[in-house]
Write a protein that binds this ligand. Structure first.
Ligand code: SF4
Length: 311
């Protein structure tokens, strides 16, 4: 499949079928922690990158083979809301199934009324907010020219006013960057103004190709939870894991996921072993065969081996 991947399992979204609407990498930001690597050329113009009917057709097919899904999640190889027509896709998916729809986005285009309008039918929207000040926003998210911190916050505030679904803000906590008390208090002030239903604190557990990113210490994570909990509900999700059991072609399914983000070797091994009734020896054999295709390579991040695509 070209657009649909997974299902991927995670604490926050359970079994989620991913739908990628963008050619890699199309983004309005160039985050220091981005798993997709550097944004070589910013994209800020919204487009229908692929025919919407083609995407809907794949979703329709995937729904016939994947049972027990908790969410259908629109997430892009870049900024999801760059896809013009996502609102139509959400509405059409809702005609096909009662499975709720989530959208993962950086939120940078929420200042545009037409972007906010396209999201009103989604059941959950998960925009990013990594900083409570212009300086940290610029340092972490490194936006395209013309996109400012105040515009980002105003867009989120306006969306909250209009949107009746679940607004779950994702905060990426980076060791030594936005985990100081000062940065967290700034963030809390902005979060209070936005008034989300929840904050998902996420950690840079996957390798970023561009530069070394540090995990925050346990003490800093606890501190972040304490400070942000003063203004909203904070969840610190466990790392997701994959469910490949319904994949008709294991190599294709693994390629589809790893081409979107690095996968921890342990997580991959568990997911493959689950396809063979928990047989770890078989899983290792399959992984050796996959490595022999030269499509993947191993990189180390925070002392853990990860699978990434061979470039
Ligand atoms: S918004 Fe997402 S895709 Fe874009 S640069 Fe940041 S992490 Fe990467």
């Amino acid at each position: 499949m070209k657009y649909v991947f997974g299902p991927v399992s995670s604490k926050r979204l359970g079994q989620s079928l991913g739908v990628d609407l963008l050619p890699p990498k199309s983004c309005t930001w160039n985050c220091v922690y981005c798993q997709l690597g550097k944004t070589m050329k910013f994209v800020t113009e919204r487009q229908e990158f692929f025919a919407r009917e083609e995407i809907l057709d794949e979703i329709r097919q995937a729904l016939t083979v994947n049972k027990g899904l908790d969410w259908i999640t629109f997430v892009g190889s870049g900024e999801t809301m760059l896809y013009k027509g996502i609102g139509w896709l959400i509405e059409e998916v809702k005609k096909l199934t009662s499975i709720p729809v989530a959208v993962i986005t950086n939120g940078s285009l929420f200042y545009l009324p037409e972007v906010r309008a396209e999201l009103l039918q989604a059941d959950a929207v998960l925009p990013s907010l990594n900083a409570g000040s212009e300086a940290l926003y610029t340092k972490i998210d490194r936006p395209a020219a013309g996109l400012t911190f105040s515009q980002h916050v105003e867009g989120l505030v306006a969306f909250r006013r209009e949107y009746k679904g679940r607004l779950w803000i994702e905060v990426m906590l980076l060791g030594g960057v936005n985990d100081s008390d000062e940065a967290l208090h700034d963030l809390a002030v902005v979060l209070k103004e936005i008034n989300p239903d929840m904050v998902h604190l996420v950690l840079p557990t996957r390798p970023a190709p561009e530069q070394k990113i540090l995990l925050p210490s346990d003490e800093r994570i606890e501190r972040a939870i304490a400070i942000l909990s003063e203004v909203t509900t904070v969840v610190h999700p466990l790392k997701g894991n994959m469910d490949l059991r319904s994949a008709p072609d294991l190599l294709k399914a693994v390629t589809a996921i790893i081409s979107r983000h690095p996968v921890q070797q342990r997580e991959l091994q568990t997911a493959i072993a689950d396809c063979f009734s928990g047989d770890n020896v078989k899983a290792m054999e399959v992984m050796q065969e996959m490595l022999a295709t030269c499509r993947f390579k191993l990189v180390e991040h925070n002392g853990e081996p990860y699978w990434v695509m061979h470039t």
